[in-house]
Design a protein around this ligand. Structure first.
Ligand code: HEM
Length: 506
């Protein structure tokens, strides 16, 4: 059943238009045209000093670059080429049009700095309407202003250093179980599998465990199926009619909600009766139910459900994309693999020399310095999140150009991560470049400012643990060094890789 889950994940983000009916289409196109003409006209007449807008082109009337952009973001090369062509023509700060909206692509480091330092004052988070509805209007990702600050302070406490140390043992155990169940880790000398598929099972079960102590099994598989339908709707046409992807996603959200609500009710009883399992004692759900916010209030059940869902969304596919790319780059660079083996061997030798068991500790993670450089280099070359939107809620100025209220902004990881000004030989995979810190605001895989990914330390721990177990068990090479990287929108590869069991003592 787990395999069905992964198969459906292969269709992740795909728009399903099979059931599109002609009559609906005409109404929707007419409505979209009216809306776009209206927003463009109001934006045109409201703003002044048009010659002071950032350079660039709005492209075709109404649709602008929407189609080119969506097609480009389907692959690593396509996305990079689209960005680099624009930068070559207009410079690193440029305007374009997406789905009828004027968008300013911010430059690095200045534009990113402006955006991150004024997030919540000049700029606010922006999600297309169907995404905001599916994510939930009361979730950390969607709320703005003061509400965001309060919720963020509250939720971030569950992802601080102390919490990460508490989660470590569970993640470590999960990794051991994952290799035992999904990598035929039972004596076979080799296993052939598609990393992007099997890793999704790992990261989904990690997140389910972290959030609600939900372990792998039929329940998690049902949850995963609903979850996939829900995520498919995030980038679909917002048509709430039977047969449409968006409708199915809204239905899936109801099922997901029901499952989470049942968990919340059950956990409340367990807390009241003092019969929590060891894992449940440290998971996020128990914390949400028992730790009040700074005003002394506990979150309502609906806030808890909304935010559990958003954490699952934010932490699942991003980490799988990163891990898949880590396997890809290690498989391309045998020297990197050797250095990793060396680092993890010496960690295990030290532990055993000190008479400790094999379970990882925070001290072990701190010793994984080279591994962390490999992760950073992977996040530079293949950042899971390519870019994120904001909306200007005030007029602002940058490099002498006006960014008018109502326009959208985007920070883009592809611009600076591949810029030779900031990263020498940017196309070379070179973990040693991380012996020096990068120029501020040029390396932004986790965003920046008040909305920096709150799960970044957790993600770091999860990736370190996974690599530790992987290099201790297997060696591998990529099947095709030139295999194109697909983005949907997270990066992934599709070809199976043969993993050879290593017989070393570590
Ligand atoms: C390699 C893995 C990950 C990457 C690359 C990543 C990247 C990002 C990025 C770029 C943002 C957007 C920030 C913005 O709006 O500007 C974000 C937000 C967020 N991430 Fe992550 N993330 C990862 C893993 C995780 C994990 C494991 C969790 C949860 C445990 C998580 C939870 C969140 C949440 C809740 C937000 C919304 C924050 C807010 O709006 O205040 N992420 N992440």
């Amino acid at each position: 059943m787990a395999t069905n889950g992964t198969d459906s994940l292969a269709n992740f983000w795909n728009l399903s238009l099979n059931s599109l009916q002609v009559s609906y289409t005409s109404v929707i196109i007419a409505a979209a045209i009216l809306w776009v003409v209206w927003t463009s006209a109001t934006s045109y007449f409201r703003t002044r000093g048009r010659d002071r807008f950032p350079p660039g082109s709005f492209g075709f009337p109404i649709i602008g670059d929407t189609v080119q952009y969506l097609l480009a973001t389907k692959s690593d090369v396509g996305y990079r080429t689209w960005v680099q062509k624009k930068v070559a023509k207009y410079g690193p700060l440029f305007k374009w049009r997406f789905q009828g909206m004027p968008v300013v692509m911010m430059d690095a480091p200045g534009g990113n700095k402006l955006l991150f330092q004024n997030d919540g004052t000049l700029f606010e988070v922006y999600w297309p309407v169907q995404m905001a509805t599916l994510l939930g209007t009361d979730t950390l990702s969607v709320v703005r202003g003061e509400r965001h600050k309060v919720l963020r302070r509250h939720l971030s406490r569950f992802f601080d250093h102390a919490s990460i140390s508490r989660y470590l043992k569970g993640v470590d155990q999960n990794a051991v179980e994952h290799f035992a169940h999904h990598w035929a880790d039972k004596g076979e000398s080799e296993v052939e599998l598609v990393p992007s598929k099997v890793i999704k099972l790992f990261t989904f079960s990690i997140m389910c465990n972290l959030l609600m102590s939900l372990e792998e099994g039929p329940e998690m598989e049902t949850f995963l199926k609903h979850f996939v339908k829900w995520t498919n709707g995030l980038l679909s046409l917002p048509i709430n009619l039977p047969g449409f992807t968006y409708y199915k996603a809204l239905e899936a959200r109801k099922h997901i909600y029901q499952i989470i609500e049942e968990y919340v009710e059950q956990r409340k009883r367990e807390v009241a009766e003092g019969r929590l399992s060891e894992r449940a004692k440290v998971d996020v759900l128990t914390s949400l139910l028992t730790v009040p916010d700074e005003g002394g209030n506990l979150l309502s059940d609906s806030y808890i459900c909304d935010n559990l869902l958003v954490f699952l969304f934010a932490g699942f596919d991003t980490s799988s994309g990163a891990l898949d790319m880590i396997i890809h780059f290690i498989g391309k660079h045998p020297d990197v693999y050797e250095q990793l083996v060396q680092e993890h061997s010496s960690i295990m030798e030290r532990k055993r020399g000190e008479g400790k068991d094999d379970f990882l500790t925070s001290e072990d993670l701190l010793a994984m310095k080279y591994t962390w450089r490999v992760i950073q280099e992977t996040l530079r070359l293949q950042p899971p999140v390519g870019g994120v939107f904001r909306e200007a809620i005030e007029d602002s100025e940058h490099n002498g150009y006006i960014i008018p209220k109502g326009w959208k902004l985007m920070y883009n990881t592809m611009c600076s991560h591949y810029d030779p000004k900031f990263f020498k030989d940017p196309m070379t995979f070179d973990p040693s470049r991380w012996e020096q810190p990068p120029v501020p605001f040029t390396f932004i895989p986790f965003g920046g400012g008040p909305r920096t990914c709150p799960g970044n330390e957790f993600a770091k721990m999860e990736m370190l643990v996974f690599i530790h177990h992987l290099v201790r068990r297997y060696r591998w090479s990529v099947t095709d060094a030139n295999e194109p990287i697909i983005r949907d929108p997270m990066p992934r590869t599709e070809k199976a890789i043969k993993f050879i069991k290593v017989t070393s003592s570590i």
